[in-house]
Design a protein around this ligand. Structure first.
Ligand SMILES: [Zn+2]
Length: 281
């Protein structure tokens, strides 16, 4: 953009969880991920986000890989064989060690109900609770308005926020592309990435979401927009990609759009990327 500074091509990721079937909302994310990365000469890593062993199922993983292939979104890395978060569970313990060595981790026995939807108030910071089953672990994030991040919940599961930040750090993901519903967690993820030793945290792009008729984000139970259902109804992949692009205003009308062509949407003259917050502290 007129700057003489060399900007390396981005490394980004498409990271679905095998806890359900892909729907049009995932296709929107894929359009932004492949489109932005390849328009800038970058790479897309596929990562199966299956650290939550209770909710993930192999049949969903098989289905999402098959649907992704059918749609035509080909990852540059992580497809053959599929790269799974569960293959690297020891990374989370190692990252916890890194935070522990800085004296930043403490046990917390607050229930989700007590914390509610509010920022965590740090009430367990000074309590010196022992780490034992039934207690979660948090990291001190001073000055972070949304409070100390939960790393591991009371059931002993790594949290999404922690796992995704560890993986993005390990894989040197330089551009995180995700829905606007996750924009609020950007500051905490950047702060955590720094504590994990990342000099230069990733850039974040937040894209619009497809909302259902009640104005909420599409959920996995959104049968009418499931890729399986759309396939079964006889639609072609380019029709489905076009539907997703039109649903968030990337194109005016739902014309067929082939997956390898989505970078064209983001080249000069294409739509701007939306709501990119400034790189947080
Ligand atoms: Zn607590």
């Amino acid at each position: 953009m007129g700057s003489s500074v060399f900007v390396p091509p981005p490394v980004t990721r498409f990271a679905p969880s095998p806890t359900g079937y892909l729907h049009l909302g995932h296709v929107v994310n894929a359009i932004y991920v492949w489109g932005l990365a390849h328009a800038r000469g970058g790479r897309v890593i596929l990562r199966i986000e299956d650290h939550d062993r209770l909710r993930c199922h192999e049949r969903y993983e098989r289905a999402l890989l098959e649907d992704l292939d059918w749609l035509g979104f080909v990852p540059d890395e992580g497809r053959h064989p599929p790269a799974r978060q569960s293959d690297r569970l020891s990374d989370f313990a190692a990252a916890l060690d890194t935070l522990d060595r800085q004296g930043l981790v403490y046990a917390c026995d607050c229930s989700r109900k007590r914390v509610g939807g509010r920022p965590y108030d740090g009430c367990c910071r000074g309590r010196g609770l022992a780490r034992e089953p039934g207690r979660g672990l948090r990291v001190r994030l001073d000055g972070e308005p949304s409070g100390d991040l939960l790393l591991r919940d009371r059931d002993g599961h790594w949290t999404y926020q922690f796992a995704v930040t560890v993986d993005d750090t390990r894989q040197n993901v330089s551009l995180v592309i995700r829905g606007l519903d996750l924009a609020d967690s950007t500051g905490r993820q950047v702060a955590l990435a720094r504590l994990l030793g990342r000099q230069e945290p990733p850039d974040f792009v937040h894209h619009p979401l497809i909302l259902d008729s009640t104005g909420r984000k599409l959920s996995k139970s959104a049968h009418d927009t499931g890729i399986r259902q759309l396939r079964a109804s006889g639609l072609a992949p380019e029709t489905v990609v076009g539907l997703a692009a039109a649903a968030v205003g990337l194109i005016d009308n739902p014309a067929p759009l082939r997956a390898p062509s989505v970078p064209n949407l983001f080249l000069a003259g294409g739509p701007p990327t939306q709501n990119t917050p400034p790189k947080a502290r």
